[in-house]
Write a protein that binds this ligand. Structure first.
Ligand code: ZN
Length: 139
């Protein structure tokens, strides 16, 4: 069995953002040389997500609106977490519902995704450098 590990760095200029990282993950699979196996992609921060869905701007705005209704960023004082002096209580909750990681099959050296499936990095407390881990195992 072979294994491959890489960290991808992100630094969004907005507090919240969705970034399609499918191509970067596909490049990792090619770089690994693994033909048959699995790829794990996970956010390494507790205020960011990795998830799979459609690459459609209306849907991304719907996600953002929905998450803001569930856990509005402001007023910051509504979150006990922010009593520590932080302002990202909402981002912890948004990350929880959008998920930490995805696992995708690698078949014939490619991501074995469904027809509309794309892999996204979801940022909920951006404007700073944050990492995503890519781990591939197989042969
Ligand atoms: Zn926090």
């Amino acid at each position: 069995m072979n294994s491959y590990r890489k960290e991808l760095w992100f630094n969004t200029h907005t507090r919240r953002a969705f970034i399609n990282i499918s191509r970067q993950i596909e490049e990792c699979v090619q770089e690994s040389g693994i033909q048959e196996g699995m790829v794990l992609v996970n956010a390494m921060h507790i205020t960011a997500s990795v998830f799979i869905n459609d690459d459609e701007s209306g849907l991304h705005q719907d996600y953002d609106d929905w998450l803001e209704r569930l856990a509005p960023h402001e007023p910051i004082s509504q979150y006990r977490h922010n009593r520590t002096g932080e302002d990202n209580g909402d981002a912890h909750l948004k990350r929880q519902i959008m998920g930490r990681e995805v696992v995708v099959a690698v078949t014939h050296g490619k991501l074995d995704l469904g027809p509309w499936e794309q892999i996204f990095y979801g940022e909920f407390d951006g404007k700073r450098r944050k990492r995503v881990l890519v781990k591939i195992i197989g042969e």
